[in-house]
Design a protein. Sequence first.
Length: 577
Amino acid sequence: MPGDSEGRDSIAGVVARFLSERGVERIFGLCGGHIMPIWMAVDALGIPIVDVRDERAAVHMAHAHAEITGKLGVALVTAGPGVTNAITGIANAHVARAPVLVISGVPPRPQEFRGALQGLDHVAMLGGITRYARTVREQGLVLPQLDEAVACALGEGGEPGPAYVDFPTDLLSETLPPNMALKEFFEPRTPPSLQPDPQAAKNAMEAVWTAVRPLVIGGRGARGAKTELAQLLDRSGAIYLDTTEARGVVADDHPSLVNAMRGAAMGQADLVVTVGRKLDFQLAYGSPAVFKDAQFVRIADNAAELRDNRRGVAEVLATPSAAIAAILEAAGNAKSKADREWAKGMRAQHVKRANKMQETSIKTPPGSDGRMHPMAMLGTLGQALDEDAILIADGGDILSFARVALSTSTYLDPGALGCLGVGVPFGIAAALAAPDRQVAVVTGDGSFGFNAIEIDTAARHKAPVVFIIANNGAWNIEVYDQQTRFDRLVGTELEFSDYAAMGRAFGLHTERVEDQGELAGAIDRAFDNAPALLDVVVTRDAVSFDSKSGLAWVPDLQPLAAWDEAEHAWRAGEPVA
């Protein structure tokens, strides 16, 4: 039998001490033999472990913890299928650029290359979706490699994202000589601020201050630049669009915010400033077919967000807050050439559309089947949400509706990977990280199914989260696609299952709601008794904005049908509408 693997100086104990002294608040995972020494050592040090039912959910939870707290998220998963189960969560964190550390184990060194239980080359599998992936086989490398993994996850010197490290199980029981446990590796570190080149900042300022219709688009990098970004908008006269990555950085009542005018803003701007945001499919890859004659200014702390798809007339490689501060300093007292009447007009139209959406959503009539419309469900929910509520949306149609119907200061969804199933684990992690705030998960019945078993985790850990399932008995965005393109349904229908009964089986407060008049009371009771689950039966007749846009059928050149048509025309040298 192994020795004292929980001991302070065992490798497992050193790993646990490293995590504790680096300020890790909780660890998400599923126990297994290859990681048991670390698991027990972590518990012995008093770091809470949120034990899940599937490793994918553990990584999703670590991801959400990082997004909500701004700190490193940590998942602990066992070897072989534990790692393969975790891959979807790791891939999603990779695309989202979320700082997550995943720790695992491998078979003992004497059993390597012999067909050991759960023996897989994890590092080879994960290399393409991590910032760092290593198997550590030597005592003296444990702390340096953990330190490097955390630095890579946090984006020190590059793009943030998941990092992975594993250890042979026999190594975990060995003892690290105390003189090798150098203090420098345990000390918490603040990622350094990357200062901008003065000339690059000046070039960016000149581009922004001479633009007539400037547009700023916030991304991941905008989160740490809230004050500077507001100052840039006020002084430059630019309008602003947020994205999922930066929801809440600019308040809804800020005069620059024009989210409801997204298409017009992208088409009319003559200059687009991206703040830590890739020009991915959600932004039409920055194509001139959509952004017309716009030039770009790119601001980011890593190259991956600085020059993808479109180069900028100015590019500032720096911590976004420092970059924007330098741009403002370079501007001095200069007055920008922005057309402020244009900006006011865009804002007025945004307010009109947004207000109309809020006023009418709750009154949206039922479908032809008499069942509640999802917009009516969301409108009712919106009236119950606090200003600082955390909202997580997950699914196809329901995600499309939620993006326009609800506005909260903190918002998470499947992100650019389109990773359905994040709702339940994201909600649990958010509620544990912010127990004093309302946490609501709005999910389709299809997406709920991916990690439905984790409601057991919510109950066991008393996470005060409310799950609201839009139950239309279908993968409805695909139903619409099949009906319109193929005139038949294949593998897209589900049952109107009783998810409330499932929730009750795991000890949650649950209600099944089929009448809109009963929904407001049910929502109030759910928040009073969280963790809770509301099974809300909605109509299949509701056709979402994403369904109509062509997103489901994947156009050739652009993700949306209108953008695809414009792209075809632009490439052919024809006028773009």
